[in-house]
Design a protein around this ligand. Sequence first.
Ligand code: SF4
Length: 101
Amino acid sequence: MRVVVDQDLCGTTGQCVLTLPGTFRQREPDGVAEVCVATVPQALHVAVRLAASQCPVAAIRVIESDAGDDERASADAAPSRRNPSGMPRKTNNPEGHDGTV
Ligand code: SF4
């Protein structure tokens, strides 16, 4: 997920910064919000959607998917197929029967 702030719309309320100070910050000279992360960590997706929904001028746009998310999704899927213990897996078909009768 990525998130962007339309800086022409931002009303400088600072609400998003108060909600997620590690994700949003306000520029020094004018208080306009900016995003300070390239991609939003999975753990913050809900909070970022909430911040976007609470922006009084709808200046925060959430981009749900990007190439980085796709790469991470692929990487996340791979370990679930691995056996983390390194021990041989037990199977329900130890003899290798193909299921035909
Ligand atoms: S909540 Fe919206 S208007 Fe307020 S600082 Fe953030 S982006 Fe700007």
